[in-house]
Design a protein around this ligand. Structure first.
Ligand SMILES: [Zn+2]
Ligand SMILES: [Zn+2]
Length: 148
């Protein structure tokens, strides 16, 4: 599995380092997590890595297109490694949970603007807001299994 992640780094001419591999692995296993959660996961493997180092890695991976930054209005930045498509997100107004929503049609831009103002549009980003299943049914979350 690590060979996979190493290949991703090499494909964008980034040097393979353990912190970069750890961040990619964390996002592969836990999509849509914030910076603090990334730091906690990376440190479980590499306790010596600093906060700043993780910030730097996230920035480098985002700039290189290996990681996508999602920041719903009013929320802090979340990261995911599902890139290269034009998928959207649904966000819970109550707890902030984020899930993927596949493109409306085929590939980017998967929605047609009613007026493009002469722009050449190559991407559409949609955020669906609502309430997630566990917020809809408070008090029963702990008795259910298989929710992850
Ligand atoms: Zn929720
Ligand atoms: Zn996503």
């Amino acid at each position: 599995m690590t060979a996979d992640l190493e290949a991703q780094l090499r494909a964008v001419s980034l040097r393979v380092t353990r912190p970069r591999l750890a961040v990619l692995a964390a996002l592969r296993d836990h999509p849509h997590i914030d910076t603090d959660a990334v730091i906690a996961l990376v440190r479980a493997d590499l306790p010596a890595v600093s906060h700043q180092a993780v910030y730097d890695v996230l920035r480098a991976l985002t700039d290189a297109g290996l990681v996508r930054r999602i920041q719903p209005a009013g929320a802090i930045a979340h990261y995911e490694s599902r890139v290269g498509d034009n998928h959207h997100h649904v966000v819970c107004r109550s707890c902030g949970a984020i899930a993927d929503v596949d493109c409306a049609v085929g590939h980017a831009p998967c929605l047609t603007a009613s007026d493009d103002h002469g722009f050449v549009i190559d991407e559409a980003e949609v955020v669906y807001w609502g309430v997630c299943p566990s917020c809809l049914t408070p008090n029963t979350a702990s008795s259910e299994e298989g929710s992850t």
